[in-house]
Design a binder for this molecule. Structure first.
Ligand code: SAM
Length: 293
């Protein structure tokens, strides 16, 4: 079995298949066996686990996951990688590659189709481990979080700047609507900081691995998740504006109505949106809901 963790080995397998690395698909392949091992260990895999991977690339992380998990289903968009994966995963019958776009995949349905309900019963969810294609980090995260998939744990590598945003606290420069959404559904934790040098080709940005543990219940109670997230997005819409002016510009209610809602919620209208905690956003959204219904 070919070794895949040196620049020479990676160049050789790419060359022998006439493969061209596509930067536009976020293709930066991992070279460091130690980092691959550390990522896999964060998922605490056992033979009872079905683990999804997004973008297996050359299959280097996939192989590591397949050594411990019961099943690996890896979704790869680039069809030119399929013959390479057929070769690198030949000795791993429990790893299966699906050609498709991870942004459009229904992971629960895929699990049913590919494993006939063999994994994930009795409330136990699936896991997802990936070195994400960075150009779609945010939409992929939102797809994974908001579609209600039965994913208990995600261990995902992304650009460090986005990773910092996921676990940012109110008032910090990294705190934004992505932080609120991710912290509403999960407990995020940066577990590994990864330098550019462990990839081929090296990306332009530094990376980090984030462990996202799905919450069994949201940290706040909201009357309508849709209104909660609409208000969160509106509040972060224009960072230099006051909360009142951002909300008034959102079209969700008039400025006078927002003045009343903010007063009733006990939130100073002169504050900036980025200083509000998730609890305050929930109070604001619930007050909005009760005043407009
Ligand atoms: N897992 C490999 C590794 O760590 O070496 C490759 C990771 S590379 C950063 C991202 C991978 O995602 C590439 O193989 C790329 O072709 C694939 N990819 C890009 N967009 C995708 C999408 N929408 N759905 C699934 N895979 C995608």
């Amino acid at each position: 079995m070919r070794e895949l963790t040196s620049p020479t080995a990676v160049r050789e397998i790419i060359r022998s298949h006439g493969f061209q690395v596509r930067k536009s698909l976020g293709q930066n392949f991992l070279l460091d066996a130690n980092i691959i091992d550390r990522i896999a260990r964060q998922a605490n895999l056992t033979v009872e686990d079905l683990v999804f991977e997004i973008g297996p690339g050359l299959g280097v992380l996939t192989r590591r996951l397949a050594k411990e998990a019961g099943r690996v289903i890896a979704v790869e968009l680039d069809q030119h990688l399929l013959p390479i994966l057929a070769e690198t995963l030949a000795d791993y019958p429990n790893a299966q590659v699906v050609h498709g776009d991870a942004l459009k995949v229904d992971f629960d349905r895929l699990a049913q189709e590919k494993t006939a309900g063999q994994f994930g019963p009795q409330g136990k969810g699936y896991k997802l481990v990936a070195n994400l294609p960075y150009y779609i980090t945010t939409p992929i995260l939102m797809h994974l979080l908001t579609s209600g998939f039965n994913l208990d744990l995600m261990v995902v590598m992304m650009q460090r700047e986005v990773a910092e945003r996921l676990q940012a606290s109110p008032g910090s420069k990294d705190y934004g609507s992505l932080s609120v959404a991710v912290q509403y559904y999960t407990v995020p934790e940066i577990v590994i900081r990864v330098p550019k040098t462990v990839f081929y080709p090296a990306p332009d940005v530094e990376s980090a691995v984030v462990r996202l543990t799905r919450r069994t219940a949201p940290p706040v109670q909201v009357t309508s998740e849709e209104d909660f997230f609409r208000i969160v997005r509106a509040s972060f819409g224009q960072r230099r504006k006051t909360l009142l002016n951002s909300l008034a510009g959102s079209g969700l209610a008039s400025k006078e109505a927002w003045q009343r809602i903010l007063a009733e919620a006990g939130i100073d209208p002169g504050r900036r949106g980025e200083t509000l905690s998730i609890e305050e956003f929930a109070t604001l959204a619930n007050t909005f809901c009760s005043s407009t219904r």
